[in-house]
Write a protein that binds this ligand. Structure first.
Ligand code: ATP
Length: 361
């Protein structure tokens, strides 16, 4: 990634070592690291307990499981859970995504080829086209679709019976789903970011599967920099493994993990170069703000969207940056994290420059 030439926010996000979306290497290795059943799935206690009940009850009734909606940030395990649902139900799974279904016909083709009890995993369900979405309502509720044949006044609707199936929809934001779609899911689960101790278990488990030696402190060091996300934990583990192989005897200790991640510019709290550049500009150039987003973006040589969509969400979540009506503000935790001393608070503002709102929009 050339940070000096930011032309694509999605690319900026995808190519970061701490980006939540799966890159090509992730896709290649994730299959081997996925937990295969609920017992192996780490964390998300409530979701696991509730899902376990839903699936056991369906199995006891000899029925197909209710439709399930999983919401949460990328990399928290939605695809993994959908596969576990299929495995626990002893059912096959078909995987597709909202953007791949642009026409109702695309969806009709998939639905009509499902086997009885099959799990259909629909990732990014909020990005499906409207006509497909409407077809899905009827399919979910009545296991039936109307296939339109022909065009104009001569068009006719041919009803098509479907075998019972379980739809597992995944979305990063359940709030984006139209209520009629949301209401058709029998079970909705929101997946939270993982606690460091849970990520430590993820790292240990993956290290075992990859046959990599790791000390508990080494796993804790990686977990602490993984931004609450198993996918990032697994990715950092692979980079640290490389470093341990090349620079040491292969064993991951706390020192090795810290040194490896320093090479990749991922700091102790999981901030990378872009995150730190934004924070440093905010604190050093603008005294902690408030400063307008555009001004901040110019100061770090990035597009407004890159700062807003790629860097800020994590900084806000970590309590390092606040978005206020008058602009971005660095919090006391941000000053502490960068080891800087905030200027004395003057009557004029939190950053002590006495000139709130001075720094543009
Ligand atoms: N609870 C967990 N325990 C152990 N490993 C996990 C857990 N959740 C996720 N992982 C690992 O993290 C990786 C990413 O998970 P997954 O692909 O299921 O995320 P996702 O939420 O579907 O992401 P996306 O929204 O980008 O599709 C997988 O390799 C999986 O092994």
């Amino acid at each position: 990634m050339n940070w000096d030439d930011p032309t694509d926010t999605a690319a900026a996000s995808a190519e970061r070592l701490v980006g939540p979306a799966a890159d090509r290497e992730d896709q290649a290795v994730e299959a081997a690291l996925r937990p295969k059943d609920l017992g192996e799935f780490i964390g998300q206690e409530k979701v696991r307990e509730q899902l376990d009940l839903v699936l056991r009850a369906a199995r006891a009734r000899g029925a197909t499981a209710d439709h399930v909606l999983l919401s949460g940030a990328p990399g928290l395990g939605k695809t993994t859970l959908s596969m576990i649902i299929a495995a626990e139900m002893g059912a096959p799974i078909r995987i597709t995504s909202g953007p791949a279904i642009q026409h109702a016909g695309d969806l009709a083709a998939i639905l009509s080829s499902l086997q009885e009890g099959e799990v259909l995993f629909l990732d990014e369900i909020h990005r499906m086209s409207r006509p497909a979405e409407e077809m899905l309502y009827m399919a979910m509720e009545d296991f039936r679709v109307d296939v339109i044949v022909g065009k104009g006044p001569g068009a006719t609707a041919i009803p098509l019976e479907l075998p019972p199936f379980t739809l597992v929809g995944a979305t990063t934001r359940a709030g984006l789903l139209p209520p009629p779609l949301r209401d058709r899911f029998g079970f909705t689960a929101h997946m939270e970011f993982y606690e460091p101790h849970e990520l430590e278990r993820v790292v240990h488990r993956s290290a075992n599967l990859l046959d990599v030696g790791i000390e508990p402190d080494g796993a804790a060091e990686i977990a602490g920099r993984s931004r609450g996300t198993p996918r990032i934990a697994n990715r950092l583990l692979r980079r640290v493994r490389d470093y341990a192989q090349v620079k040491a005897d292969g064993l991951i200790t706390r020192e090795i993990a810290a040194a490896a991640l320093a090479v990749y510019e991922v700091d102790a709290r999981g901030l990378d170069r872009l995150d730190r550049a934004v924070l440093e500009a905010l604190l050093k150039l603008f005294g902690g703000g408030p400063v307008g987003l555009s001004t901040l973006a110019v100061a770090v040589g990035e597009e407004r969207e890159t700062v807003e969509e790629v860097a800020e969400p994590f900084l806000v979540r970590e309590g390092l940056l606040a978005r206020t009506p008058r602009g971005r503000v660095g919090t006391p935790a941000a000053w502490a994290h960068l080891g800087l001393t905030p200027p004395h608070a003057a009557p004029g503002g939190p950053a002590g420059n006495g000139q709130q709102g001075l720094f543009g929009t």
